[in-house]
Design a protein around this ligand. Structure first.
Ligand code: GUN
Length: 295
């Protein structure tokens, strides 16, 4: 089958332009320039890269941004003090704390300490709960980006069988909820598979839309995919390669080369879900500056 690529790089570029135009218009009308604060703890290579991309995207969209760095040994108290300061700073609209955090710090406690009105990651229980009920909320960036990518490519979700592999709080679980909701990007029949699922292959082979968010490089092989399926790959893994100058390349949760020929649409890695995640964070920060969710 001739497959089409779901080009997240191109679509995210269009969305970034739309966002920066809206920012210019808001400012011309006396509105506020969106301002995102990011907290980064430690020196994890992947987290450094993600945060750098987020800060750069803010600049491109005309947002203000601030990066607050702490070393690995930071105490919970020091982090809470910084979060408290940001919660109380009226100029800052959105706050993200890049995950994962070092083991001695409770991610749960940190997330709950963020003011839900500034929680543009949508991780706070108030936002996760409101999203689940279909109330106005910040929707976490990766699920939101995936739905936008599906929508802007004219792919119908209504009545489709969507199989999500992976039940993380950040991607799999919220995505499974959103796809089942009664709205334009929902109305799907959803199966959420995970590491304890029996006969996963039998289930994934029935998916009209298959979303791989299990965090295992090359987990999805061609025998797990139906002919004509839409395949969305959330994985990002840095693997060694003797074919690139840098000595490594990025791969996903899907064995792209063998799976793509069976698909109607498939996301590349990189350039698929990743850039959509970043523009979704910008969208949430714009909503925060405009006070569109909580007034
Ligand atoms: N770590 C992996 N993905 C994310 C994300 O979307 N937001 C934050 N804060 N941390 C992450």
């Amino acid at each position: 089958m001739a497959y089409k690529l779901l080009n997240g790089k191109e679509i995210s570029g269009q969305i970034k332009t739309e966002i920066s135009e809206k920012v210019k218009k808001n400012i011309a009308e006396g509105g506020k320039r969106p301002h995102l604060a990011a907290i980064l703890v430690g020196n994890d290579g992947a987290s450094e890269t993600y945060v750098a991309h987020k800060v750069k995207a803010c600049e491109q969209a005309g947002f203000k941004s601030g990066l607050f760095r702490f070393d690995n040994k930071v105490s919970e108290k020091e982090l809470f003090d910084k979060i408290n300061e940001i919660n109380n700073n009226d100029d800052i609209d959105g706050l993200i704390v890049q995950l994962p955090l070092p083991e001695h710090i409770s991610e749960e406690k940190v997330i709950q300490f963020i003011n839900p009105k500034k929680d543009v990651d949508g991780f706070h229980p108030v936002n996760a709960g409101r999203m689940t009920l279909g109330l106005p909320a910040y929707i976490s960036a990766t699920p939101q980006g995936i739905l936008e990518l599906i929508k802007r490519n004219g792919i119908e979700t209504s009545g489709k069988h969507c199989v999500v592999i992976g039940r993380s709080n950040i991607v799999g679980r919220p995505l499974s909820i959103l796809l089942s909701q009664k709205n334009e990007t929902g109305n799907a029949t959803v199966t959420l598979c995970h590491s304890r699922t029996k006969n996963l292959k039998e289930i994934s082979r029935h998916a009209d839309i298959l979303i791989a968010a299990i965090g295992k490089e090359g987990f999805v092989s061609k025998d797990m995919v139906k002919e004509g399926a839409v395949v969305i790959d959330v994985g990002i893994h840095r693997v060694k390669s003797d074919k690139t100058k840098s000595g490594w390349k990025l791969k996903g949760d899907v064995k792209f080369d063998e799976v793509a020929p069976k698909c109607s649409y498939i996301t590349p890695v990189p350039g698929g879900v990743g850039p959509m995640t970043i523009v979704s964070l910008l969208k949430n920060t714009l909503l925060a500056a405009e006070k569109k969710i909580y007034g």
